[in-house]
Design a binder for this molecule. Structure first.
Ligand code: FES
Ligand SMILES: [Fe+2]
Length: 393
C-alpha cells in the first residue's frame, strides 16, 4: 500500500483526518426483504452477476506451475482453469464434448492431459481433444479439431477472473477493479495457497454478504472469540467505485495515536479488507491473505468459499500450528455467522418485516445493495452488468 495512503487511512480511523463525504456517511437505508427470497430477483441476480459478470474463481498461486489446473463449480457453471506448458492461463467450460461429463473431475491437479472419467476422451490443457478410445466408432467430424469451449479469463493482483459464459466478451479489469486496482498492486506477494474450503448455508447469498460486510455484529455475536480483538466503532469503510475498502482496527490500534506517524504500520493493528463486486471480500492480516466469497445456489441456499494464501508455507517451523489456530478461529466465527444467517433467512421469509434497515456502521452492505440494483438495471436494458460508468471528475 502506498505509504501516504496508509498514514492517511490510520488518521481517518483515529478520527484525526477529515474525510470527504462518501456513501459511507449517508444515513440509515432500507431494503425490501423480498430481495432475499423472490425467485424472479434470484434468477436475474444469477444471470446478471454470476453468469455474465466476471467473477473471481481462483488465486494465481493455485496455478504457479506449468501444466497445472483447477476446477470451479460455485458459479453454477462447471469451470476448468489451466496453465499449460506455454504459461498461458485459460478457462473452459468443464464439459466433455462427447456426452457432457466433466473433462476434469478432481478439484485440482498437475498433468499435461485430462481424461474424462466417463468414456475416456482426453484433452490437453489448451482444451484440444487429444484422443479417445475406439475412435473408429466416430466420424471424422465428431473428433477432429474439436475442443473444450473457452471462457473469457483475466488475471491481476493474484486474482483470476472468469466470465462464466461461453459467448461472453473479454474482461476489462480496469473497469471491473476500478480504483482498487492501484491499491491491490501492493498486496500480491502471496505465493502459496494454504487452504481452500467451502460450506453450504441455508440462506440467500446476500444474507451472508451482509454479514461479512459489517463489523457491527462482531462484539456480540462473536463475543466469545474475535469480538474482544477489535475496536469496531473505529471501523472505516470507503466505497471505491462499485468496490470498496474497509479498515477494521484491532484493540492495539488506538495506541498509534501516541506514536509518530512514520512508525505506523496499518496491517499490524488492523484488518484491511477490499470488497470486489459482486461477491468477494479479501482480507489482509499481518501475515496472511484470505478471501471469503459467496455464491447463490437457490433463493435460500448459498455457498461460502474461503481461500487462505501466504508468503510462507506450513513446512516452516511453527507455521502449521499457526495456520491451524487460524482455521479453528474461522470455523468458530463462521459457524456463528452461518447459524445467524440461516435464522435471518427464516425471519425474513416469514413476513414479519417488509424491510431491513442498515445503519451507518453497515454502510458497506448498503452500498453493495445499491450497486447490485444498478448492475441489474443495466443488465435488464441489455447492457452488460460490468459496464460500470467511468468515475466522475
Ligand atoms: S462424456 Fe466424456 S468421454 Fe464420454
Ligand atoms: Fe461475523
Amino acid at each position: 500500500m502506498n505509504r501516504d495512503l496508509e498514514i492517511d487511512l490510520v488518521k481517518r480511523a483515529l478520527g484525526q483526518a477529515s474525510t470527504s463525504p462518501t456513501a459511507a456517511d449517508a444515513g440509515p437505508s432500507r431494503r425490501p426483504v423480498a430481495d432475499y427470497f423472490d425467485p424472479q430477483r434470484f434468477t436475474e441476480e444469477q444471470q446478471a452477476l454470476f453468469r455474465s459478470y466476471p467473477v473471481v474463481v481462483g488465486h494465481t498461486a493455485q496455478l504457479s506451475e506449468p501444466d497445472s489446473w483447477f476446477t470451479h463449480d460455485h458459479s453454477g457453471v462447471p469451470i476448468l482453469v489451466t496453465r499449460a506448458a506455454d504459461g498461458e492461463l485459460r478457462a473452459f467450460l468443464n464439459v466433455c464434448r462427447h456426452r457432457g461429463a466433466k473433462a476434469a473431475a478432481q478439484p485440482c491437479g498437475q498433468s499435461r492431459r485430462l481424461t474424462c472419467r466417463f468414456h475416456g476422451w482426453t484433452y490437453d490443457l489448451e482444451g484440444r481433444l487429444r484422443g479417445l478410445p475406439q475412435p473408429e466408432a466416430f466420424g471424422e467430424a465428431d473428433r477432429s479439431g474439436i475442443g473444450l469451449a473457452s471462457l473469457p479469463i483475466a488475471e491481476r493482483h493474484g486474482l483470476i477472473f472468469v466470465r462464466p459464459q461461453a459467448d461472453g466478451g473479454p474482461i476489462d479489469l480496469d473497469t471491473v477493479l476500478g480504483g482498487v486496482s492501484t491499491e491491490l498492486e501492493d498486496h500480491r506477494s502471496e505465493r502459496h495457497v494454504l487452504a481452500t474450503r467451502s460450506w453450504e448455508v441455508d440462506c440467500n447469498w446476500k444474507v451472508l454478504l451482509d454479514n461479512f460486510l459489517e463489523m457491527y455484529h462482531v462484539p456480540l455475536l462473536h463475543g466469545s472469540n474475535i469480538g474482544p480483538l477489535f475496536r469496531t466503532e473505529l471501523c472505516h469503510f470507503e466505497p471505491i467505485g462499485h468496490n470498496g475498502r474497509r479498515i477494521d482496527p484491532r484493540t492495539s490500534f488506538a495506541s498509534l495515536a501516541a506514536l509518530p506517524s512514520d512508525s505506523w504500520r496499518l496491517r499490524d493493528h488492523a484488518l484491511l479488507t477490499y470488497f470486489i463486486f459482486p461477491n468477494l471480500q479479501t482480507f489482509w492480516t499481518r501475515d496472511y491473505f484470505s478471501w471469503l466469497s459467496v455464491w447463490p445456489i437457490a433463493p435460500d441456499r448459498s455457498v461460502c468459499s474461503q481461500l487462505i494464501a501466504a508468503d510462507w508455507t506450513v513446512a516452516e517451523e511453527g507455521r502449521q500450528a499457526h495456520l491451524q489456530a487460524n482455521l479453528d478461529l474461522f470455523d468458530l466465527t463462521l459457524s456463528e455467522d452461518f447459524g445467524v444467517s440461516e435464522e435471518v433467512q427464516r425471519g425474513l421469509a416469514c413476513g414479519a418485516n417488509d424491510t431491513v434497515v442498515f445503519g451507518r456502521h453497515e454502510a458497506e452492505a448498503a452500498a453493495v445493495h445499491t450497486n447490485i440494483d444498478q448492475a441489474l438495471a443495466r443488465w435488464r436494458r441489455g447492457v452488460p452488468a460490468d459496464a460500470w460508468p467511468a468515475p466522475q471528475g
